[in-house]
Design a protein around this ligand. Structure first.
Ligand code: SAM
Ligand code: SF4
Length: 351
């Protein structure tokens, strides 16, 4: 198994560690490359094509991969896309996931537009309530702006009212946590950071500001539209005073959290581009919807697990071996700062 270490642990069945000491416990699973929105940084206008259905992993195939992962110490799964709730029977799939032994933390990333719709259980529950009943603990909702026109300009859809209803539905469903993910964009939402902080405080949501990453196409990230987390922090501090770091507060991901002075509110910053230590605590692998296992979002490395899954001669032990080989190939850090040329759209990788 080369350099990849597997060790026993009293609380986990295994800990899988790569050659740089990253302990892999988290699998982010994209179940579709389709979406009902068209965020320009994720799905540029010139690249709006979908994968044929036969190329997408079936739910059974995805469950087989996740089961193999749990046998190797994966305990957290976050389902994403595209927009995961647009895939047929997504709620059924979440229910299956909620029953898998070994998963202690199940989450979903969504644009929020479908959370308030009726779910599939006799239509008396919302989608959010069905997710909660399936065992979903955390829901991450993308929200870059509270201005309807800016929302439409950014996502290609006039969905802000639906998304706000979705957030209310998620609050009513009482998830353990609801996070709001805001991509920072100069000239687009830098003047709204305070409003987003107030909104999150009022609704008791955990707000995180995310630096724009150079995925999808080369036009996504430019000198002109990049707003760093440090600048965003200064903008927030201009109104609220010096933010207090809360290093002990972690949510199983790469955000650094700060407290707004004089309040209990924490705000996170995900600074993939400017924090040189960003990758040190990475604990993640990604499964794309067509079955590529990726050791890192910011690297072109990806490995075709689908051909293993669809080969009748391959056993679950082969799936596990494949998994470990990908862990072994995990890079020390992402390549985003090295003149990175995007190879794939974010929507096709799974954010
Ligand atoms: N549709 C769901 C949503 O919007 O949350 C899940 C998939 S989306 C690809 C996951 C996350 O990736 C979103 O929070 C989105 O803002 C983020 N994202 C997409 N493209 C990005 C980029 N170029 N830079 C930074 N974040 C990006
Ligand atoms: Fe769709 Fe989410 Fe990508 Fe926007 S960020 S296009 S909502 S997948």
């Amino acid at each position: 198994m080369g350099n990849c270490k597997i060790s026993g642990d009293p609380s986990l069945a295994f800990i899988v560690e790569d050659r740089y000491g990253h302990r892999i416990s988290y699998l982010r699973v994209s179940i579709t490359d389709r979406c009902n929105e068209r965020c320009h940084y994720c799905m540029p206008a010139e690249e709006q094509t979908w994968l044929p259905k036969a190329e997408i992993l079936s739910y059974e195939e995805i469950l087989r991969v996740i089961r193999a992962g749990t046998r190797l110490g994966i305990s957290k799964v976050r389902v994403t896309g595209g927009e995961p709730l647009t895939r047929k029977n997504a709620l059924w799939f979440m229910e299956q996931l909620g029953q898998l032994e070994g998963i202690r933390d199940l989450g979903l990333s969504t644009n929020g537009s479908l959370l308030a719709k009726p779910g599939n259980q006799g239509h008396s529950l919302t989608v959010a309530e069905c997710l909660k009943r399936s065992g979903v603990r955390t829901v991450n909702v993308s929200l870059d702006t509270l201005d309807r026109a800016t929302y439409e300009k950014t996502t290609g859809r006039d969905f802000l009212p639906k998304v706000l209803r979705g957030i209310e539905a998620a609050r009513a469903a009482e998830f353990e946590s609801i996070k709001i993910n805001t991509v920072l964009m100069r000239h687009r939402n830098e003047h709204e950071l305070w409003d987003l902080v107030e909104f999150a405080r009022e609704k008791n949501l955990l707000l995180r500001f995310i630096e724009l990453m150079p995925v999808s196409t080369t036009q996504v990230l430019t000198e002109e539209n990049f707003l760093s987390a440090a600048e965003a922090r200064k903008l927030v501090e201009f109104r609220y005073g010096k933010l207090e770091p809360v290093p002990e507060f972690r949510t199983n991901g790469p955000a650094s959290y700060y407290r707004i002075p004089g309040t209990d509110q924490k705000v996170g910053f995900i600074s993939a581009m400017t924090n040189l230590h960003f990758c040190e605590t990475c604990n993640k692998l990604r499964l794309t919807c067509e079955g590529k296992l990726r050791p890192c979002l910011g690297s072109h490395l990806e490995f075709d697990l689908r051909s293993v899954l669809r080969d009748p001669a391959m056993t679950d032990a082969d799936v596990e071996r494949f998994f470990l080989e990908v862990v072994e190939r995990k890079p020390e850090q992402h390549d985003f700062r090295n003149q990175y040329q995007p190879g794939r759209r974010m929507i096709a990788i799974g954010g």
